[in-house]
Design a protein around this ligand. Sequence first.
Ligand code: COA
Length: 703
Amino acid sequence: MDRSKLDGLMRPKSIAIVGASTDPTKIGYTVVKNIIEGGYEGKIYPINPKATELLGLKVYPTLMDVPDDIDAAVITVPAKLVISVVEDAGKKGVKGLIIITSGFAESGNRKLEQEVVAKAQEYGVRILGPNIVGTLSNAEKLNASFAPTLPLPGKGALISQSGALLISLDMATFTRKVGFEKLISIGNMSDIDFADLVEWLDEDESVSSISLYIEGFKDGRKFMDVAKKAKKPVIALKAGVSAHGAVAAASHTGSLAGAAKVYGAAFQQAGVVQATDLNNLFDLSLTLSLQPPMYGDNLVIITNGGGVGVLATDAAERFGLPLKFVPKDVQEELKKHMPEFGSAKNPVDLTGMAGYDWYYDTVKFVIAHAWTEGLVILYCETAMTDPMEIAKGIIVALDEANVHGKPVTISFVGGEKSEKAMQWLVEQNIPSFSAPDLAVHAISALREYARMKEIVSESDHQTIPVDKEQALRIIKLAREDGRDSLTEVEAKQVFAAYGLPTTTTLLAKSEDEAVKLAKEIGFPIVMKIVSPDILHKSDAGGVKVNIKDVTSCREAFKTIMANAKEYKADANIHGIAIQEMAPWGTEVILGSVNDATFGPTMMFGLGGIFVEILKDVTFRVAPVSKNSALRMIGEIRGAPILAGVRGEEPRDREMLAETISRYAQMIVDLQDDVSESDANPVLVYAEGKGLKVVDARIILKKK
Ligand code: COA
């Protein structure tokens, strides 16, 4: 990325406001006023053909009339006038435009937006927006927006796709006492998108974490690539996760692949910490901008109250960091700093008598001990102790211990004095929260961040020998036949070309051929209708299992054909699939969707009721390495079933992982053709015995 243009836009030495107005009710007036009041130290050039002076500044008729160079221009003229302003900006050599104006793609006016972008590209000018509030930076003392004021200063950046939300969060920084260095409204993302800004902010020294409020990406892969490389924590709150699920889907996987699942998978793969709601977004932005990642699971909780200790312990389990007892030598040392009735195990309960000294001694010892990998300090306000004194004891202890790379979060539960003490603690760079579970949630995010970054450093790209040409040939034949789905026999051939073990399945066009093929495969067999017009074969009476001899085979042939004709009289019937009857195994489902934002995406879960009712499935944006596939197998709720429970032998997870990885390769290679697919069920056998894909479905993209 050429940083110079974004540097000009985000850190301008001079800024123009095109559409600056002398009318105090107009946005063009507010922006100029905000820039002045924010304390911006660069040059300000209001542009308006009708005015000569505004808020003490000389007004120029057009950008071209300004005698100096201009780095950035805020545009506040109506939509239809924007293109001519962009032309002027291009000629003037402006680096970036902050287009506040609405009335583009968001209201159906895509063409106008495209024209504006094309014009900007002609001159190499970058665009933030349109349809935005603007951009705010404490470091630059620049409020180039119509939000009332610069936010409370902090160390994080927040990029928001919703302008109104950005303004309200700007105000909330003061009431919540959580500051931000930058607030950026991104609007329609006609040019500059989340990925561009994350990449730029990652190198910007004034911020140490990057938070995003996202409604949707245009190019999910581009974002993932940038987020994976980011050195700073990226935190995302994704809105609009419910509507997508309602979209009709032709495959099982399609119906399960809602935005929440696919975005969730993409964030995890890209090392992006997910916020659960707006409050959590604030908490995580604060925490990840102040504290280091947590590189192990050894969390210690220090408290002066049993109640908050238990609440924190519960939260630790809920957020994936279950507490362990601290080692015996730590316990022995800690006992010196607490009464007999305290507990040195974990949580370390100093009891209600704990004042400055006990907190100081314990914190200093615990944070420095090699076993400790993260620390949560809790305090319940009591009449015996002063919150500010405790806070000071903690900070002195942490300073003296001088330990780096171990995160600390705090919760003081109490009244105004506790609030004040926590504000002071935040000023000392220790994230502090009003409830114990919030402090634990925050530190668990630091743990999650470290875990994800470790995984992200592994590559998902691998070379698997496959027969892509064969798969494409089968797809081509189906297309020539005028179809946009493959039959089961064809789908299995495609799977086989990618080395997926499928049950032997041959197509019989007549009763005699059915008998011949059944003998070749060997009884017992399964018989299934093969018709592009009958996707739900069982519903149509098109499946017969456990056929043991020739007579039953002939009978089944007749029955299936009759049922199919009754189900759909004009169905195009290719014949009947004669299939090896696979022995029983644990049922799992593999599937894919070609997600509009992230492209080929893989699903895995347990089959049968687990997928039908419990929806116990997990997703990954493809490709998926074998290691990632093993993690998928381990992260579903039903994982113990595959690991072997109640004396059952463990299932062949190695082979399953290999199969998931191959499947993922298949959907990447065939992404121009395959829109959705399922292998369902896949029967997984005991360790070393492999698996079999019993049924297969591939839906093609409509061309
Ligand atoms: N160069 C400079 N100034 C120009 C100009 C040009 N080529 N053409 C017009 N102007 C001036 C106008 O004369 C006017 O100034 P004045 O008050 O001194 O006459 C000023 O630009 C603004 O134009 P006006 O026609 O009065 O528009 P407006 O202020 O009513 O609305 C927008 C302009 C951009 C605010 C409006 O179109 C809009 O998009 N509003 C929504 C913005 C929004 O909410 N964005 C965020 C969404 S989250």
